[in-house]
Design a protein around this ligand. Sequence first.
Ligand SMILES: [Zn+2]
Length: 234
Amino acid sequence: MAIGAHPDDIELGCGGTVLKLAAMGRKGVIVDMTDASMGTRGTPEIRAREAKAAAKLMGVSRVNLGLPDGRLADGWDAQKLVIDAIRAWRPKVVITHHASEEHPDHEVTARIVKQAAYKAGLAKLDCAGQAYRPGRVFHFIGMEAHTPSFCVDISEHWEAKLKAIMCYKSQFHNPDARAFKGKTDLASPAFLDFLTVRNRYWGTRIKRRYAEAFTCAELPEVGDITALGAGRFA
Ligand SMILES: [Zn+2]
C-alpha cells in the first residue's frame, strides 16, 4: 500500500518501486488522501481520470479518501479513514511521504499514516474490520536531503514510471496539453530534468542506472546477506 497526499505523489516518489513490486506479482493499492482540489492546474475530475489511468498502467488498484486538500490535518477523522483502508487491504508494507518535506500536506500525511498504521493493530479500537498492523512503514525521499535507509533499483521500470507520471497531462510539462493554464514548478520542463537527476543520483549510490530512496524508522532486517545487491556496475 502506497499512501500519498495527492494523486501523482506516489508516481513521483516511488512509482518505480510500485511498478517493480507489481511486476513481481505483488498485489498493490495506491491510496490518495485528497482530490488535489487546490492544484493550480486542472480540476479534481480531470485529476481523478489521470490517477485512474496511471494506476491501470502501473497494475495496481487505487482509492481516494476525499480529505480536504490544503487543509489536511492529523486528527482522528483522517486517521480512521486510513485505518479503515489498512484493515480492508491488510498490506504487508506501507509506503508514504517522509515526515520532513516542503509541502505541508506531505508532512501531515506521513504523521497520519504513522498513527494509523500502529492503531490499526489495536483490537479494541472503535473501528470496523479486524485488527491488523502492517509489518513496516517506509518513507520515500523526495527533493529533501535525507539519508536513505536503502535504495531500490528501478532501472527496468524508469520508462514506465515516466509514462505513469505523464498520465497527469494537467500537471506536467507536455507540449500537447497547452490547454492547461497556470504556471507551476511541476509544469516547468525543468521539473522532469530534476526528477531524472534525482533518480539517477540514487542510482549512482547503488551502481544502478535509476533508483528510488527510502527511510524507515526501524532497522530493516536482512535474512540472506548474499541476496543484497552486488555493489558493482552492471
Ligand atoms: Zn503532493
